[in-house]
Design a binder for this molecule. Structure first.
Ligand code: COA
Length: 267
């Protein structure tokens, strides 16, 4: 019997850098409804908690990040329950994608189905040479349900996405890196250090600027170039009115480190 309290572990890798660890290693961290609900409630609180600057998602044990949705919960053909689970998990994945602070997927071992989809919702994927990414839902007679078929295709294009989905093919960490999915692929024992190095860098960037740049990247990608450029300018004008922008500019000219507060308005 799994203690629901421990399905999602939380620790601080650095002040402000919160790691959430999917914790069902005996089931390769397969995503149960309880685990997803815990993820949703942690994200909801962390959205507005100024003490949280970055979320890192990881899997417990050495074999998996997350090996997908808990297939056990799919058994029995209960259509209403299945649809409710899918609608709920899609909303949680969307909340992760639009989370207003940087998110990092720290992937070691299997990142399959919902596990890969979670990584695709993060801003950054850092993986180990032991990582294996895939969307094998076709083997169950299903297709991805957490946005994976669309996010992956937009990321890597039709042919690689077809190769991964239609063949149920798994790609290695090195391949994910060469495709531009992962920003770094290192030995498993160096994974935590690689994540910390990036986390330290992103703690130096103004939080409001990060929030707005996230929006530019995701909303801009689906807009026309002209609309996206207008959005960029609108965001820049707004950022200029923040205290943090004035602090960043002053700090540069005064040759000191900025002290960003994340406050919305200049006065
Ligand atoms: N849902 C529920 N249980 C899962 C799971 C999932 N997505 N993935 C793995 N598990 C469980 C296995 O049933 C097994 O449990 P058991 O020890 O009680 O039998 C345990 O995790 C270990 O998995 P196992 O299959 O024995 O490990 P393996 O190294 O031989 O194979 C995988 C690893 C990842 C290739 C294989 O587990 C797998 O194909 N998992 C399903 C992946 C998938 O289809 N994901 C998309 C779901 S929509």
């Amino acid at each position: 019997m799994i203690d629901p309290e421990t399905l999602l572990l939380r620790d601080e890798m650095l002040p402000g850098v919160v790691r959430l660890t999917f914790n069902r290693p005996d089931k390769l961290n397969a995503l149960s409804s309880t685990m997803l609900a815990q993820l949703a409630s942690v994200l909801e609180v962390a959205r507005t908690d100024p003490a949280v600057r970055c979320i890192v998602l990881a899997g417990a044990g050495e074999k998996a990040f997350v090996a997908g949705a808990d297939i056990g919960e799919y058994q029995g053909g209960r259509n209403a329950a299945f649809c409710a689970y899918q609608i709920r998990s899609r909303a949680i994945f969307d909340a992760l994608e639009t989370f207003p602070k940087p998110t990092i997927a720290m992937v070691n071992g299997f990142a399959l189905g919902g596990g890969f989809e979670i990584a695709l919702c993060c801003d950054t994927i850092i993986c180990s040479t032991e990582a294996l990414f895939g969307l094998p839902e076709g083997r169950l007679g299903l297709c991805p349900g957490g946005g994976g078929s669309q996010r992956l295709t937009r990321m890597v294009g039709k042919y690689v996405a077809s190769d991964i989905m239609l063949n149920g093919w798994r790609i290695s960490g090195e391949r994910a890196y060469s495709l531009g999915l992962a920003v770094e692929c290192c030995a498993p024992e160096k994974l935590e250090q690689a994540v910390l190095t990036r986390a330290r860098a992103l703690l130096k960037i103004a939080p409001l600027a990060q929030k707005e740049m996230k929006r530019l990247i995701s909303e801009g990608a689906d807009a026309s170039l002209a609309t996206a450029k207008s959005l960029e300018q609108e965001v820049l004008f707004r950022l200029y009115t923040t205290r943090d922008a004035q602090e960043g500019i002053d700090a540069f000219l005064e040759k000191r480190e900025p002290n960003f507060k994340g406050e919305e308005r200049f006065d």
